[in-house]
Design a binder for this molecule. Structure first.
Ligand SMILES: Cc1ncc(COP(=O)(O)O)c(C=O)c1O
Length: 482
């Protein structure tokens, strides 16, 4: 029931004014998860479309029965409780929504996406093209080619100070798959997965897919959204199995300083059942003087850490679908086993490109430092621009390409023709409607006070967006004294 309700609110992310009519013309993707359970065909005719009558519920669907299939039979369209327990990704829903508006001719600035706006570095793309030309188009070993796993081991040693052997590495179709497989591999039904909030949208859903329970551990904006070791300690039970850390963080851009990680490691060390999944996919998008520390490099933490990384963010390779996980052989073999029955090895072509990406030099070399410089310039602009707004709270991102702004000072405003703004979702709807800027509501990340701006857009686009947002927020400010 709760899942159905939240699904409803996700797909019902619509605009309220003139844009609605144009949006209606654009076909929005809709999920069928709230579909009724059973369909009955009303005729035995087989040559023309028939109306399917929905038995439990009011939705009607047109169906084309196959030759030889009795058209009056009932089809059970119920879904597994696993599907119903999982919420669809709000970031995907809102990005799709904004795209539909753009396609309908509305000049929406879309700051929702979690991918760099840069091209894959040319030498990396060339390596992929050459892989096809040279015939690297067959299945690879399930865990990844020996070549890429050796390159990953070298990367861990040189950049993170961690020693792994190739049999402690599993290459997957993106870091997302690597994380899900790890959760499935180590969690038993009823286990608890500790997730500091704000969190990347997929972590709690992955825990649910594994029949584990996500336990959301709050952090404070005044403490840079970093997990406090004491709060972690208080949240642990005998069912606690996995702590997920993400540094640099999506959505906050926070980076765990080594000292904070050491405090967390002390707590972890006292709980033998507890493992740590350290998601380091934004590792290279980092603004000096901040430095990245791999959790597995801390004393005594190697044995119980699963380190996840990938190519999507650092090397602008989201579409290549390539990520990896490293850890003790026992756990990696288990992930490998799941992957072998699930997707098999990652794309042979992407793996060749991945080897070229890792060959770009320390932390991606020149190709990456150009991207990081641009991201930094954009971060500086947004922090300054939104820092001018009275009542808005933020912590300056030290990495990734997101700004997580606490806009709750605007909640309570009642806007004529729109209604009440009392949540991150209603504020984002308002901003989409009034400013035509698409942002992601913070409640998708577990913090309803905030909204997430993705600054993977040009500086001029961000300047236009900030102007529009501020203009739309100005009348709200007058309505709600801070
Ligand atoms: C924190 C975090 N981890 C993992 C991923 C998954 O990346 P991919 O599957 O593209 O490698 C993402 C993508 O948005 C992310 O933000």
């Amino acid at each position: 029931m709760a899942a159905a309700a939240s699904l409803q609110s996700t797909v019902a992310f619509t605009t309220t004014s003139s844009s609605s009519a144009r949006l209606a013309a654009a076909s929005l993707p809709r999920s069928d998860l709230d579909a009724p359970r059973s369909v009955s065909f009303s005729s035995t005719l087989q040559s023309r479309p028939l109306l399917c009558k929905v038995l439990e519920g009011s939705r009607l669907a047109h169906c084309q029965p196959k030759a030889g299939v009795r058209a009056d039979m009932e089809v059970d369209i119920s879904l597994s409780p696993r599907v119903n327990s999982v919420k669809p990704s709000k970031t995907v829903a809102i990005t799709d929504h904004a795209t539909a508006l753009i396609q309908a001719g509305i000049p929406v600035i879309k700051l929702t996406v979690g991918e760099p706006d840069f091209d894959t570095p040319a030498v990396v793309a060339e390596a992929g093209i050459n892989a096809i030309r040279e015939g690297h188009t067959r299945y690879t070993p399930n865990a990844g080619t020996a070549e890429i796993r050796a390159a990953i081991c070298k990367k861990f040693k040189d950049e993170n100070g961690i020693t792994y052997t190739p049999d402690q590495i599993l290459v997957s179709n993106g870091a997302k798959q690597a994380i899900l497989q790890a959760v499935l591999a180590v969690c038993s039904p009823g286990d608890e997965v500790l997730i500091p909030s704000p969190y990347w949208v997929s972590y709690p859903e992955m825990a649910r897919l594994a029949d584990a329970n996500p336990v959301i551990v709050p952090t404070k904006i005044s403490e840079n959204f970093l997990l406090d070791a004491k709060v972690l300690e208080d949240s642990l039970t005998e069912k606690s199995r996995l702590l997920i850390l993400c540094s640099p963080s999506n959505p906050t851009g926070s980076i765990y300083p080594r000292k904070v990680l050491e405090e967390i490691a002390e707590v972890v060390a006292r709980h033998p059942r507890l493992l740590v999944l350290s998601d380091e996919i934004y590792e290279h998008i980092i603004y000096a003087p901040a430095v990245h520390t791999s959790f597995a490099s801390l004393p005594d933490m190697w044995d119980r850490t699963l380190t996840v990384n990938g190519f999507s963010k650092a090397f602008a390779m989201t579409g290549w679908r390539l990520g990896y996980i490293a850890g003790p052989k026992h756990f990696i073999s288990a992930c490998n086993k799941i992957q072998s029955q699930f997707t098999s090895g990652a794309s042979s072509i992407a793996q060749k490109a991945g080897v070229a990406a890792l060959g770009l030099g320390y932390a991606g070399g020149e190709a990456l430092s150009i991207m990081v410089k641009a991201f930094r310039e954009r971060r500086d602009y947004l922090v300054k621009s939104f820092g001018e707004l009275e009542g808005v709270k933020m912590c300056e991102p030290q990495g990734a390409f997101y700004l997580f702004l606490d806009f709750s000072c605007y909640y309570g405003a009642d806007v004529e023709g729109f209604g009440k703004i009392d949540s991150s979702e209603s504020l984002c709807r308002y901003l989409l409607d009034k400013a035509q800027v698409a942002l992601v509501p913070g409640d998708a990340f577990g913090d309803d006070n905030c909204v997430r701006i993705s600054y993977s857009a040009s500086l001029s686009t961000l300047q236009a967006a900030a102007e529009r947002i501020k203009k739309a927020l100005a009348p709200l400010k007058a309505a709600v004294p801070v």
